[in-house]
Design a protein around this ligand. Structure first.
Ligand code: CO
Length: 134
């Protein structure tokens, strides 16, 4: 069902400092930060030859990554995103196997302008999984 690894998302407290680490120490192609108020995050994309890194900083009160950063003050891997051809087919197959889809179960438009869903980490080896239709 899943295809390519679309991105690995890393939650950070300071997206400018994290961008500098990737740009300067790691020599990566780091994009400009932008706000995603509907997801409660500020985002930076880093283009790697085979995938992307998505840096996430909390935006606004009640950001979904604020609690994560309380437990991981240095930052940490927040989720992995796998590509699927048809997000509704993927969702229905996963639900039929008992997997929990977060939120109301309907895809939202993600940071790349494409439909995304999140799957409960307890059903996927302790890792929050994002599915993106490409
Ligand atoms: Co993501």
């Amino acid at each position: 069902m899943i295809g390519r690894l679309n991105h690995v998302a890393i939650a950070v407290k300071d997206i400018e400092a994290a961008s500098a680490v990737y740009r300067n120490a790691l020599g990566a192609n780091v994009g400009a930060p932008f706000d995603q108020p509907e997801h409660g995050v500020k985002v930076v994309f880093i283009e790697l030859p085979n995938t992307k890194i998505e840096l996430l900083e909390p935006l606004g009160a009640g950001s979904p990554i604020a609690k994560f950063l309380e437990k991981a003050p240095d930052g940490g891997i927040h989720h992995v995103c796998y590509e699927v051809d048809d997000i509704l087919v993927a969702r229905d197959q996963l639900k039929a196997q008992g997997a929990r889809v977060l939120g109301d179960g309907n895809p939202k438009i993600g940071a790349h302008g494409k439909p995304v869903l999140f799957l409960h980490p307890k059903d996927f080896c302790g890792t929050l999984v994002e599915l993106e239709q490409v």
